[in-house]
Design a protein around this ligand. Structure first.
Ligand SMILES: Nc1ncnc2c1ncn2[C@@H]1O[C@H](COP(=O)(O)OP(=O)(O)OP(=O)(O)O)[C@@H](O)[C@H]1O
Length: 565
């Protein structure tokens, strides 16, 4: 396509001369006699080059220049000046004119400047295209891009970088170490090294804390920026947020433990994934499972892995306190509200502010406390005993029970509305007999712990013990396993725990069929309990310890099987 040139001059003869010279050279030429006509032409056509007289009636070539820079910014404008007035010409150049030529116009000069202007126009267009492409890439790319100059000042940050590094607009122009102050020191050092050495750098999957609420995993790449003559002019930092993929990979990897919990079985993997999902949500959680299955450890893990981890975790064993005491412990009281309330006291709910409250044995609370708890769950506020002013609380409630709350609701001993509020998310813990493949790992963990506390050097358990542990039913779950291992450690004076080191009553179950029906299992349990009671002369605390269950569980079982002295 022929380059298009506009010639603006109020002298007809000059317009004619320009048109002839330029058309002969192969350009398409339009002319305008004054400022208004020039504006009209510029509005209709996109010219490659404009020649404009510097004097145009009551307007000047400078006015034309301004109008063109506004409408066709890349179009070079050449001033034609009748008087070789250096000031006007240099003013025009300052305002962005490409060049100027003086009248009378010499054909050779005119064509030379026209060619140079066309060439400039092509280069400017090419640059503009590149700039637009680069801008589109810069803003649309998912990776964070940060450009710093050689002095370390932050020049540009695309949207992704602003999101990843939690930057605001004002950081542009700041030293990058200040702008990225939340970032791991390692990423700033990487950038520094590239600025100093002019070499690329990379950091794979490092953990950063830009986002206060969650862990962030980033991969960083730095490259030097050089100008046309090879001088270093800065560096670019490319950041890929790999948090999601890292989380996915972790969830696919088989985990052997989670916080203090040990276990690699499928049931535990499911549990760890659920705990990951629940970590950062405020929902109330109900943990259910037999005694000794690790409900308290789960509550701790939930708290420690979530956003509230640096706030308090307050534990309350609801079964350990009398009704009045529990009420006052949970909600606090004002002085004189009941006999013994000698001074004001805040309750555990307030002590847990910002953190988590763990209500263990929730199935054991009275109707009165159930009602008060329901209000906390509904309104997220508490009232101290003897006070009618409610106080807002921000706490996550995690409750646990080994009782069948649904059954208790049916029997009318637990409020249905509270039950539904509590069980928004339920974590059922499997009994140990349903994840026996975790026993070797648990035993290994317990051996390490016991070697430490007892100063022994036990290396493992014998094959017979391992087999027996797989056959046994573990009614007291992990707590029972812990007690058995502790007992064996006391008895064991050799590197390997053998059958003979295990408690006698446990060994007595050895020849019984482990795949027995529930009825047979219950009969076995009754027998074990009776044996333990006889052995300890009906000292229930000692019997519970012997059985590897806690006292409350023993009481429950005595009631269930109607065993009495
Ligand atoms: N997955 C596990 N890994 C290692 N130790 C565990 C695990 N689960 C439980 N334990 C240990 O077993 C014992 C009992 O755990 P915990 O008190 O959490 O159980 P629980 O279900 O709350 O019992 P209860 O209902 O009787 O209160 C604790 O000493 C605990 O450290």
């Amino acid at each position: 396509m022929k380059p298009k040139i506009l010639v603006i001059d109020d002298e007809k003869s000059l317009r004619f001369t320009f048109q002839r010279f330029l058309s002969d050279e192969g350009y398409e030429v339009d002319t305008a006699a004054d400022y208004q006509e020039a504006l009209l032409r510029i509005g209709q056509e996109c010219y490659d080059v404009v020649f404009s007289d510097i004097l145009l009636g009551d307007k000047t070539g400078i006015d034309v220049l301004r109008a063109i820079k506004e409408q066709i910014p890349l179009c070079p404008v050449i001033m034609v000046t009748g008087y070789p007035n250096i000031e006007t010409a240099s003013e025009a150049l300052r305002l962005g004119a490409f060049d100027y030529i003086s009248k009378p116009v010499v054909k050779k000069d005119l064509l030379q400047v026209a060619r140079a202007a066309i060439k400039y126009r092509h280069v400017a267009e090419e640059n503009e295209r590149n700039r637009i492409n680069l801008e589109a890439v810069f803003s649309s790319v998912g990776d964070g891009l940060i450009i710093v100059d050689q002095q370390g000042e932050l020049q540009r940050a695309n949207e992704a970088a602003q999101r990843i590094f939690q930057l605001d607009e004002e950081v542009l122009g700041q030293p990058y170490r200040e702008a990225l102050s939340n970032c791991s020191v390692r990423s700033c050092d990487l950038l520094q090294s590239t600025l100093e050495t002019g070499r690329q750098g990379q950091l794979e999957r490092i953990e950063c804390d830009h986002s206060p609420n969650s862990r962030q995993v980033l991969t960083l790449l730095t490259s030097p920026l050089v100008n046309a003559v090879g001088e270093a002019i800065g560096a670019v930092l490319v950041t890929r947020d790999e948090t999601r993929i890292d989380k996915l990979e972790r969830s696919l990897r088989k985990r052997h433990n989670f916080h203090k919990m040990v276990g690699a079985s499928n049931k535990m993997q499911e549990l760890y994934c659920l705990l990951d999902d629940l970590a950062d949500v405020p929902s109330t959680v109900l943990i259910t499972g037999e005694s000794g299955t690790g409900k308290e450890l789960v509550a701790e893990a939930l708290h420690k892995s979530g956003v509230r981890h640096n706030k308090p975790l307050v534990k309350v064993n609801c079964a350990a306190l009398s009704d009045t005491l529990l009420e006052s412990e949970l909600f606090g009281h004002v002085r004189g509200s009941f006999t013994g309330a000698v001074k004001d006291r805040i309750g555990r709910f307030q002590k847990a502010e910002g953190g988590t409250i763990f209500l263990d044995e929730i199935g054991d609370i009275s109707h009165k406390v159930q009602l008060r708890l329901l209000r906390v769950l509904q309104e997220r506020e508490i009232e101290r005993i003897g006070e009618s002013m409610p106080t807002k609380v921000d706490i996550r409630i995690v409750a646990a029970t080994n009782r069948n709350l649904a059954e208790m609701v049916r029997q009318g001993s637990f409020r249905e509305d509270l039950y539904y509020r509590l069980k928004v998310i339920t974590i059922p813990l499997p009994p140990l007999r349903e994840r026996k493949d975790d026993i070797p790992l648990l035993v290994e963990h317990m051996i390490d712990k016991l070697n430490g506390t007892m100063g022994k050097e036990v290396t493992g358990i014998s094959q017979e013990v391992a087999e027996f542990f797989q056959e046994y039913n573990w009614p007291g779950n992990i707590r029972e396993l812990e007690h058995v291992m502790e007992y064996a450690f006391v008895r064991c004076r050799q590197p390997v725990v053998a059958l003979g080191h295990l408690p006698e009553d446990l060994l007595a179950t050895k020849d019984q069929n482990s795949d027995a029906s529930p009825q047979v299992v219950e009969e076995d349990e009754v027998q074990s309990i009776c044996k333990a009671l006889e052995k300890t002369a009906w000292n229930k605390a000692k019997a519970a310890r012997l059985l590897g269950i806690d006292r409350k569980t023993l009481y429950r079982k005595l009631a269930k099987y109607e065993i009495d002295a």
